[in-house]
Structure formats: structure tokens, C-alpha cells
Design a protein around this ligand. Structure first.
Ligand code: GRG
Length: 314
């Protein structure tokens, strides 16, 4: 065989074994379209009485969030050989919980923010009373949607509902918010800051990865791997969020930048500086990658998401 052919054969063998680069942008685009369409089906129409509350719920839900939690649900389901249709209700449920937490967090009684997802906050448009109710309604809606997910031999409806209730309850998401509120203006240790991040951010990201696996009737080993992955990615997500708060503009973030410093909130950059914070985010992401080892290369979307979350600029 002439030398030139040997070379091209080696080249074609290489391209046969090397997977094509994962196109996360189009992955996120298609998943976002699917999630938005499903949420539109699950939610009462804007015209359903009382129209104000349904308009307020839809206003924040469709205001243009990154849809990272739903993407984690869908990518985790795929890694476990599941189907999008089975994971979609759970993906929508976590996005409803997430959006409710943002609507309430923005209220004057909490962070008092004027902008979120590049638009005026819910209470700025609908008033405080309706914004409180829109948050409440989104929280309740999440459970109504999750109840429509399919139960599995390993994971019953009860398990799915418990998973969401625990991640968003007073020991996790709410606990993180309480600690965050109570910590304003106080000196905070790195250990306590990690406690806050585990609850206010990592709990729901971890829950998202786990729900994806559960929607695919995953094995106990896969669920453990997804738990470890979601936990580490969730911590990295908040460290990056803290960094972006000081490095980006409000226009870039779609929400008020520099709020943490103004509110004298403890953040990684304020405690250990920007350079060390970036190093920690990279280390946490490396741990998230390591957690995916049991999937033996079948968790490409999760890997791409973890890398994206580390490098994101908004
Ligand atoms: C229950 C009121 C209440 C609050 C819980 C989640 C939370 C605590 C507060 C919201 C603000 C905050 C700093 C949350 C931490 C998680 C986080 C960084 C949220 C922003 O998530 P992104 O960037 O937002 O995914 P989008 O808009 O893209 O969905």
C-alpha cells in the first residue's frame, strides 16, 4: 500500500474513534425550546382567571433565564439512557422552583432588586402583592407538574416529589437564603460561606442532576455519581456567580451587578480574592468531571455543561 494511503487510513481511523466536538450551543438551544414549549403547556394560560397572576407567573418564567437546571435534568437523563419526554416534567418543575426563588429574592423585603433576566423584576411590573403570589404559585405549580412525571420501579412518584421538596425546603434552599440574609454585614468564615452555597445554590443543581437520573430509572451507582457531580457543579456555579457580580456589568448580567459588595454580603472574592476564587471554581469543576467517570464517556452533555458553567460570562 503506498505511503500516502497508509497515512490517510490512519487519519480516517482516528476520526472514526474520536467523537466529534460536542456542540453545546445547539444542544442548549434545542433543549430550551423543548422546555419552554412544555412549560407553556403545563402552565395555565395568560387568559385563565385571575389573568394577573398567570401573566405574572409567565412574565418571570419566560423572561429569558439560561435554563441551566432543566438542561442538567435532561443531560443527566441522557447519560443514563433515558428519554427526554420522561425527564421534561421534572426539568420544568425545577425551573418553576428556581424562578419562584428569584421572584421572591428580588422583593423589597429581601434583595430589593429592580432587574432580573434583563427585565424589570416581577414586583416592579405587577406590584409586591402579586409578585409574592406569583412566587407562591410557581412553587405550587412545580409540584403539580412533577406529579405528572412517570414513576419508575426504582423511583416512585413519592421519591420524585420528596426530592424536590427536600431541595427547596427549610433545610436546603430556604436555609441558604436565611443564612444569606442573616449574614449580611457580618464577618463570615469560608466554612460558613460554603454552608450557604451548598444550600442556596448547590441543592437545586444537585437535585436537577439526580431527577434526570431518576427519570431514567438509573442505578444506585449512577445516582451517586450524579449527586457528586451536581453538588460540585452547584458549588462552582455560586463561586462563579460571586465572581461575575464583581467583574461584569449589569447589562452583561441582566441583573444589578455589584449588589453583593453593596449589601456587604460574604462572597468568595470578598473573603479570598478573585484569583483564588477562580482557582477554587476550576478545582470544583475538576471534581465534577471526576464524578462522571462511571459513565465512561457517555455523559458528554454533562461534561460540556460543567465546562460552560465555569467559563460563563453571565
Ligand atoms: C427561596 C426566596 C428564596 C430564595 C432562595 C435561590 C435563592 C435562595 C436566591 C436567589 C438569588 C441567588 C443568588 C441564588 C443563588 C443561585 C443563583 C446564582 C441563581 C441565579 O441562577 P441563574 O444564573 O439564573 O441560572 P437564570 O436567570 O439564568 O435562570
Amino acid at each position: 500500500m503506498p505511503r500516502i494511503n497508509q497515512k490517510s487510513e490512519v487519519r480516517s481511523q482516528r476520526s472514526a474513534v474520536r467523537p466529534p466536538a460536542f456542540d453545546l450551543a445547539s444542544y442548549l438551544e434545542t433543549r430550551t425550546v423543548a422546555v419552554n414549549a412544555a412549560m407553556d403547556r403545563f402552565l395555565p394560560s395568560e387568559k385563565a382567571k385571575p389573568a394577573t397572576i398567570h401573566r405574572a407567573m409567565r412574565y418571570s418564567l419566560f423572561a429569558g433565564g439560561k435554563r441551566m437546571r432543566p438542561a442538567l435534568v435532561l443531560a443527566a437523563a441522557e447519560a443514563c439512557g433515558g428519554h427526554e419526554a420522561d425527564a421534561l416534567p421534572l426539568a420544568c418543575a425545577v425551573e418553576c422552583i428556581h424562578t419562584y426563588s428569584l421572584v421572591h429574592d428580588d422583593l423589597p423585603a429581601m434583595d430589593n432588586d429592580d432587574f432580573r433576566r434583563g427585565k424589570p423584576t416581577n414586583h416592579k411590573v405587577f406590584g409586591e402583592g402579586i409578585a409574592v403570589l406569583a412566587g407562591d404559585a410557581l412553587l405550587t405549580q412545580a409540584f403539580e407538574i412533577a406529579a405528572q412525571a412517570k414513576g419508575w420501579p426504582r423511583y416512585s412518584h413519592r421519591d420524585l416529589i420528596l426530592e424536590i421538596a427536600k431541595a427547596s425546603g427549610s433545610l436546603q434552599l430556604i436555609a441558604g437564603q436565611v443564612a444569606d440574609l442573616e449574614g449580611e454585614g457580618k464577618k463570615t468564615s469560608a466554612a460558613h460561606l460554603k454552608y450557604i452555597h451548598e444550600r442556596k445554590t448547590s441543592a437545586l443543581l444537585c437535585c436537577s442532576a439526580r431527577l434526570g437520573g431518576m427519570s431514567a430509572n438509573c442505578s444506585a451507582a449512577q445516582l451517586q455519581a450524579l449527586t457528586d457531580f451536581g453538588y460540585q457543579v452547584g458549588l462552582a456555579f455560586q463561586v462563579i456567580d460571586d465572581i461575575l457580580d464583581v467583574t461584569q456589568t449589569s447589562e452583561q448580567l441582566g441583573k444589578t451587578a455589584g449588589k453583593d459588595t453593596k449589601a456587604q454580603k460574604a462572597t468568595y472574592p470578598s473573603i479570598i480574592g478573585l484569583a483564588r476564587s477562580r482557582k477554587i471554581a476550576a478545582e470544583l469543576t475538576a471534581k465534577a468531571f471526576a464524578a462522571l467517570k462511571p459513565f465512561q464517556g457517555r455523559a458528554v452533555a454533562l461534561e460540556a455543561l460543567a465546562e460552560f458553567l465555569l467559563k460563563r460570562d453571565r
